[in-house]
Ligand binder design. Structure first.
Ligand code: DAH
Length: 367
């Protein structure tokens, strides 16, 4: 090793002090310590030396190599530390900035109530069934014991399509969720326990009627089902939904073509500051009865239409307006506002998408 090598080492160290980037440091490393580097070449000369000479030169060459290698490592570390410093300096959070605005979307009360009902009925062993909104006359009317000439058809203010339906009559927008009873029985047979929430349509419009609204249908078909099962189920469902044990029902004889006997179910309420509050018997002083839903034991003929033997299978059904339930529970007084899509209304009556109704946390949690 010569003074020239010493000088070259010094020059390398000086250059290292001035460079600013990792690429430059790497270039210097390759030049000195790489396979074809000058220090590597110097190390190779040891092999051709006499033992005496090697004894003198080896420590000097090793020392020179170590100095250069250490300086390169130190420089690399220094550059990395500087880079981290710079990044931390540029990525500081300004904690004085205003908080981001809260998310604007909300769950519509109709969706909320449908979720609540699904939760309550799932706990009672009901599955959720669906059917088409564009329905065949047969499912919407005929199979529900409303043949073509039946007067009850006139009460439904039906929207018809020009198209002929596969099973006769014309295609229509379903006027109730009851056709899902037929579809479910035809598809699944018995026993069966379902609820069917969804949109229904009638050509009708005022403060309490909109051309589209929502219903939920319930159907239980099994052996030995009687009116007691229906009453218990409705009571249990309404107590869970309105989150109170103070629910008194009145079953009134009524008529629906698809149930026999048919019962209209009223719920007792009292007046509180000009508002109806559910609870107590409707016969008490200052109280009243409010009509809530239609129900009954499924008509034998309906069970036959659905392809089941009515001597073996019986059951009950009910149908209730979802919008109405939402208004009663959450206090809106105009049905039309449900479908205006007004952001202010939704901001006021909507629900957080993060609040899933559960029986354990309270069905109307977050309301
Ligand atoms: N489908 C009826 C309507 O829309 C409501 C109804 C009444 C449904 C009695 C039922 C029932 O399942 O048993 O007016």
């Amino acid at each position: 090793m010569s003074t020239q090598h010493e000088q070259q080492a010094e020059a390398t160290l000086t250059r290292l002090e001035t460079v600013q980037s990792a690429t430059e440091v790497e270039a210097i490393r390759v030049e000195a310590l790489g396979k074809a580097g000058w220090i590597s070449a110097l190390m190779k000369t040891l092999g051709g030396m006499s033992p005496d000479e090697r004894q003198v030169q080896a420590p000097r060459i090793q020392a020179l190599r170590a100095r250069v290698a250490d300086a390169i490592e130190a420089k690399k570390a220094a550059l990395e530390a500087a880079e981290l410093e710079a990044r931390l300096a540029s990525e500081t959070l300004d904690l004085t900035l205003p908080a981001p605005t809260t998310p604007k979307g909300s769950v519509h009360p109709v969706s909320q109530v449908m979720d609540e009902l699904a939760e309550i009925f799932a706990d009672l062993g009901f599955a959720v069934a669906t059917g088409p909104e564009i329905e065949d006359d047969w499912y919407n009317f005929t199979a529900l014991n409303m043949p073509e000439s039946h007067p009850a058809r006139a009460m439904h203010d039906t929207f018809y399509f020009p198209d002929t339906a596969p099973k006769g009559g014309r295609m229509l927008l379903r006027t109730h969720t009851s056709p899902v009873q037929i579809r479910s029985m035809v598809e699944q047979g018995a026993p069966i326990r379902i609820i069917a929430p969804g949109r229904v349509y009638r050509s009708d419009s005022d403060a309490t009627h909109t051309p589209m609204f929502h219903q939920i249908e319930g159907l239980v078909i099994d052996r030995d089902i009687h009116l007691g099962h229906l009453k218990w189920t409705l009571e249990t469902f309404l107590k869970a939904f309105f989150e109170t044990d103070d629910i008194v029902l009145r079953l009134r004889p009524s008529y629906f073509p698809f149930t026999e006997p048919s019962v209209e179910v009223d719920v007792g309420f009292r007046w509180d500051n000009g508002k109806r509050v559910l609870g107590g018997s409707g016969d008490a002083e200052g109280h009243g009865w409010m009509e809530l839903l239609g129900s009954g034991m499924v008509n034998r003929r309906v069970i036959e239409y659905a392809g089941l033997d009515p001597d073996e299978w019986q059951g009950f059904a009910f149908g209730v307006g979802v919008d109405r339930l939402a208004m009663l529970k959450y206090g809106m007084d105009d049905l039309r506002a449900f479908f205006d899509g007004d952001g202010r209304w939704l901001a006021h009556y909507g629900f957080s998408g993060l609040d899933q109704p559960t029986l354990s946390a309270g069905i109307g949690a977050g309301a």
